[in-house]
Design a protein around this ligand. Structure first.
Ligand code: CAA
Length: 246
């Protein structure tokens, strides 16, 4: 197996941690970023206790200059970023008629503009080296919309538009760009949905349960693998059958 350097943004979250773990166990050097140093240090120690050594660097994904500095710091410590997983994301759920401009921009900045900020900092290196894997972690709700998530659904749908444009521009440089659209996965983000609302959502999942973070990580590992070199601009929908559109 070729050992690569992978950057997973938002690695401390539920799906992010599973992706970090999976890629590290495949033998890659894995880096992630943080905004809150205390939370990040506790997480780094927990990963270390599992035998996973994460290269953790400060970096707010909503700030383009901070992202450029973060990528420079990672590259000095672990070598060029060859795999990028744009995973960092937040929700600020509320119906649109109540949504504030702040709730709108917070979500667009963290979920969508971050893809520009981080990818822009790694793309030249990938093009020069003629190899790269970029994966956006979008959402089922970017595909089908969701009551209370006009901001999130707009950002998540935008991420796939970003994927399919980048995929076209960078194919000739050996870079593949794909999206994974998880459904409702048992993470803190989903558990924060009011219980009665969550119960209704779970009832809509033909496979009968919430997803597991590892099930998303498995798809990311597939898309970032050496052998997955003729798949670009795709969207892998992993949602227990809740949304079967194509
Ligand atoms: N369809 C139709 N009506 C709905 C509805 C739906 N899906 N969801 C809520 N409603 C209705 C309620 O029944 C209620 O109706 P009444 O007023 O007639 O009683 C009304 O909407 C509530 O409206 P409010 O104006 O009070 O709504 P609110 O501004 O308080 O927002 C909410 C409520 C935030 C939308 C809340 O229902 C909620 O959290 N919903 C879940 C949203 C969700 O799925 N988020 C996903 C988070 S996880 C994630 O994002 C990860 C991922 O990628 C999957």
């Amino acid at each position: 197996m070729t050992q690569r350097t992978a950057l997973v943004t938002g690695g401390t979250g539920g799906i992010g941690s599973a992706i970090v773990r999976y890629l590290a166990r495949q033998g890659h050097r894995v880096a992630s970023n943080y905004r809150d140093p205390d939370k990040a240090e506790a997480w780094r120690q927990a990963m270390a206790a599992e035998g996973i050594d994460v290269c953790l660097v400060a970096g707010d994904v909503t700030d383009p200059d901070a992202c450029a500095a973060m990528v420079r710091a990672i590259e000095e410590k672990c070598g060029p970023v060859e795999i990028l997983v744009n995973n960092a994301g937040i929700t600020r759920d509320t119906t649109f008629h109540k949504m504030t401009y702040q709730q709108w921009t917070d979500v667009i900045n963290t979920n969508l503009n971050a893809c520009f900020n981080v990818t822009r900092a790694v793309i030249d290196g990938m093009r020069a080296r003629k190899w790269g894997r970029i994966v956006q972690i979008s959402s089922i709700n970017g595909q089908k919309g969701q009551y209370g998530q006009a901001n999130y659904a707009a950002a998540k749908a935008g991420m796939h538009g970003f994927t399919i444009s980048l995929a076209q521009e960078n194919a000739k440089f050996g870079i593949t760009v794909n999206t994974v659209s998880p459904g409702y996965v048992a993470t803190d983000m989903v558990m924060a949905v009011p219980e009665e609302v969550r119960a209704k959502i779970e009832a809509q999942i033909p496979l009968g349960r919430l997803g597991k973070p590892e099930e998303i990580a498995h798809a990311v590992a597939f898309l970032t693998g050496e052998e997955t070199c003729w798949m670009t601009g795709a969207n892998l929908a992993i949602n227990g059958g809740q949304y079967m559109g194509w």
